[in-house]
Design a protein around this ligand. Structure first.
Ligand code: NDP
Length: 330
């Protein structure tokens, strides 16, 4: 009997290292080694997937490769002690979609240690409406909390607010009682951001130019998805003893800042990495997403799209045109 095929996106490179992307049919025999096989129920398009598919940054480091850094799915085969067929699982990161075949396929074969259980109150679609962007936003909120940035300490700013990380961060922070200041470059998304719980909205260009070493104190903390001058400005405007969680580079990977906020105001810069985050932190983040993210807001911030739209969406997201989160149901 011929092996069952499933659709997949494949990123390839020719001899001149020119990258191409195709939709093709594969079989389980084409997947990489791993002890758990998963039928993908839903996936999503994150900024990093956009970089991978467009080739704008060297996210894909092995060719040909199925991109896609996260999925929610159902285990179909397992030799890993933790998982059995029928289990519902979520995967974020661990090099999936970078060096290991990823989520943009009917099936994936991965290491059991990379998986976490799908939280009880979430569907596969919900989990991907959150996706790596939303789970990163949760990691950032948890980092601020660990640093003692409670709602009583003052407002918290979110940059790149209408994007994926930003939309989930705004929703989470407002549900937790913070006064949220959302920074966006998109005037048309002000009502959307207020709907997610933003109390104040500021224009992206207030923060995107070169930063002074110190500026007027405006917030107790921040979640920054943008990097570069924006992060430098956020730091320079953070009040005494505050903290900023840095997780993104939509403006740039540089950080043209001074040490003044650190040495004169005791401000802390908290680094957020979702890809290699240890399992305990992941489990805690997904548990908190289940309890602290408003379901109605999750619906408001996510759009469902077909598998065939992934390649176009990848281009849109790196151009800053995607609002909130995109979900692909298989
Ligand atoms: P999105 O594209 O959905 O969001 C990014 C947002 O940044 C845009 O919507 C836009 O928001 C803003 N933006 C875009 N370009 C610029 C620019 N040139 N200057 C200033 N602001 C800009 O991406 P995601 O939310 O998926 O990811 C956000 C960032 O977080 C990315 O850099 C991504 O790589 C990173 N990330 C990091 C992770 C980690 O583990 N550390 C995990 C997940 C994501 P607006 O229109 O509102 O201004």
């Amino acid at each position: 009997m011929p092996e069952e095929t499933f659709k997949a996106i494949l990123v390839s490179r020719d001899e001149d290292k020119k990258q191409s992307v195709t939709i093709t049919e594969l079989t389980e025999a084409d997947l990489m080694d791993g002890d758990v096989t998963v039928a993908i129920d839903a996936t999503t398009v994150n900024y990093k997937d956009g970089l991978a598919i467009t080739g704008r940054a060297p996210v894909v480091r092995r060719f040909p490769l199925i991109p896609g850094v996260d999925f929610a799915g159902t285990v179909t085969a397992s030799s890993h002690p933790e998982w059995k067929p029928g289990d519902h699982v979520v995967l974020n990161g661990w090099g999936v979609g970078e060096t290991h075949h990823g989520a943009y396929a009917g099936k994936a074969r991965v290491k059991g240690g990379w998986l976490v259980p799908l939280p009880q109150d979430l569907s596969a679609r919900d989990a991907m409406a959150v996706g790596t962007a939303g789970y990163t936003a949760m990691l950032a909120v948890m980092a601020l909390e660990r640093h003692g940035i409670t709602p009583e300490r003052g407002p918290v700013v979110v940059t790149g607010a209408a994007g994926g990380v930003g939309s989930v961060a705004v929703s989470l922070l407002s549900k937790l009682g913070y006064h949220v200041i959302a920074s966006t470059g998109r005037h048309a998304e002000h009502d959307y951001l207020r709907g997610l719980g933003a109390h104040e909205i500021i224009a992206r260009d207030e923060l995107s130019g070169p930063a002074k070493p110190l500026a007027k104190e405006r917030w107790a903390g921040g979640i920054d998805a943008v990097g570069s001058h924006t992060l430098a400005n956020v730091l320079s405007m953070t009040s005494y003893g505050g903290a900023v969680a840095a997780c993104g580079l939509a403006q740039g990977m540089d950080l043209p800042a001074s040490v003044a906020p650190f040495i004169l105001r005791g401000v802390s810069l908290l680094g957020i990495d979702s890809v290699m985050a240890p399992k305990e932190l992941r489990l805690e983040a997904w548990r908190r997403i289940g309890s602290d993210l408003d379901h109605a807001k999750l619906t408001a911030l996510s759009t469902t799209m077909p598998f065939e739209g992934i390649i176009n969406a990848a281009h849109d997201i790196v151009e800053g045109k995607v609002r909130g989160r995109l979900v692909v149901e298989m």
